[in-house]
Design a protein around this ligand. Structure first.
Ligand SMILES: Cc1cc2nc3c(=O)[nH]c(=O)nc-3n(C[C@H](O)[C@H](O)[C@H](O)COP(=O)(O)OP(=O)(O)OC[C@H]3O[C@@H](n4cnc5c(N)ncnc54)[C@H](O)[C@@H]3O)c2cc1C
Length: 409
């Protein structure tokens, strides 16, 4: 298996490509958009709710699999989830840190506490279990989408001693309603970090941790370390609504590393067709600059995400479609959309069915092609958002698909 095409530049596509290059494959990664990683909080969820909040995901995985036989984790098995998580952890290195087998419990942009398995080191000082030190939530007058008082108020409701302050410190002169990214770019400059540390230092009380919006540097986390040193007090980032700077840092690192490993990237282009010969996938059509380019493939990893990236859709007849290649979609039985908008919507369990090698299956449970694999959010059977399982599924299926391709060689 020399030439492998990976479709999708989200975490499933990135990790598939990363695993494939370790096996000596020549990888072409084709991606249309940015993927969920750059929109996310920049952590790695394995299992946060099942349906109650999960403290140690790998302790409950066997029970979760037994209760959810259609879930990707059931197809993969618990060992594959561990393998995928370990691979992601190794790939991202110290950009994602674990909590000794436990989920971190970290504040969100509204001050709720959210479980995640691996987190950015810039966030873990905000861990709510860590001794309940007093915290000060630091807003910025010119930053939109970060309400320090709301966050502090909600933390107080969860028995965390918190207060809010708001600094008047524009990222760019005269700019109101700046985004997190604008602030993160300002934070990449030492002079801005000095001003920020000075303004915050004046208001910080002894023994307080400072929780700032996730703006401590656009690139990598060196700006965070420098800011914390200047402040002389524990510091943590709280994610902002999408797009998320911590997710962008991970994405930038992953893209750079894969390019260094000679993965060929085709960016801003959509795979629109898959061709076969003799019962095998042999090439894909990539729509670029108004024309189609055929890219030859010994194997294809299809990782285009789910409904949120437009790869699955519901037509006006209530039929769920796989949008790009017309692959067979597995839908849960019964009503797809429930009457209560706040409860679980079975529609989102729709997706591609796969075997234990991640080969895409047809309606009769036969591989569509022996060399067509799927990974990540396009897989059937999960409620990724409510379970907080998205990255765990992506990593485990990416690694399994890549290893299966390696076995075909
Ligand atoms: C705003 C947001 C918040 C989320 N929050 C959570 C959460 O809290 N917990 C959780 O577990 N999960 C969450 N998720 C879901 C989680 O991010 C996904 O499960 C995970 O990102 C899936 O990764 P993926 O690589 O499969 O797909 P994606 O990240 O969606 O990436 C798919 C990529 O494929 C590209 N693509 C699609 N079709 C084609 C094509 N035909 N040709 C070329 N490229 C194509 C897309 O442009 C995109 O870049 C969230 C997702 C979003 C968008």
């Amino acid at each position: 298996m020399n030439d492998v095409v990976v479709v999708g530049g989200g975490i499933a596509g990135l990790l598939s490509a990363a695993r494939l290059v370790t096996q000596g494959a020549k990888v072409t990664l084709v991606t249309f958009g940015v993927g969920g990683l750059q929109l996310s909080h920049g952590g790695f969820d394995v299992l946060g709710y099942a349906p109650e909040r999960v403290d140690r995901p790998f302790d409950v995985l066997d029970d979760f699999i037994a209760a959810n036989p259609e879930h990707p984790y059931a197809v993969l098995g618990a060992d594959a989830v561990r393998l995928g998580t370990d691979f992601a952890s190794e790939f991202f290195g110290d950009r994602l840190v674990g909590n000794d087998g436990r989920n971190w419990l970290l504040p969100t942009a509204v001050g709720a506490l959210r479980p995640t398995y691996l987190a950015s080191p810039t966030m873990v000082n905000a861990e709510a279990r860590a001794g309940h030190d007093p915290v000060v939530v630091v807003g910025l007058q010119q930053l939109k989408d970060f309400q320090a008082e709301l966050i502090a108020g909600n933390l107080v409701k969860q028995q965390i001693p918190a207060r809010a302050i708001v600094l008047d410190l524009p990222a760019r002169t005269h700019e109101a309603d700046a985004s997190g990214l604008t602030y993160a770019r300002a934070m990449d400059r030492a002079d801005y970090r000095a001003d920020f540390a000075k303004a915050l230092g004046k208001q910080l009380l002894s023994g307080e941790k400072a929780l700032i919006p996730a703006i401590a540097g656009h690139h990598e986390a060196a700006a965070f370390t420098d800011l914390q040193t200047r402040l002389g007090a524990p510091l943590a980032e709280i994610p902002l609504p999408p797009p998320g700077v911590p997710g962008m840092r991970l994405n930038e690192y992953a893209s750079r590393r894969l390019q260094d490993q000679r993965v060929r990237w085709i960016l801003g282009a959509r795979v629109v067709a898959l061709h076969s010969e003799g019962g095998r996938a042999v090439s894909v059509d990539v729509a670029t600059s108004g024309h189609l380019t055929k890219v030859r493939a010994d194997a294809v990893v299809y990782a285009p995400g789910g409904f949120e990236s437009g790869s699955l859709s519901l037509d006006s007849h209530g039929k769920v479609l796989e949008t790009h290649l017309g692959l067979p979609v597995r839908v849960p039985p019964g009503r797809l959309i429930g009457p209560d908008r706040r409860s679980e919507q079975p529609l989102f369990r729709s997706g591609l069915a796969v075997d234990d090698q991640m080969r895409v299956l047809d309606d009769a449970d036969r591989p569509v092609y022996p060399n067509l694999f799927a990974a990540g959010g396009v897989l059937a059977g999960a409620m990724r958002w409510s379970e907080k399982s998205g990255e765990g599924i992506a990593a485990a299926s990416a690694v399994r698909a890549a290893d299966a391709i390696g076995d075909l060689a």
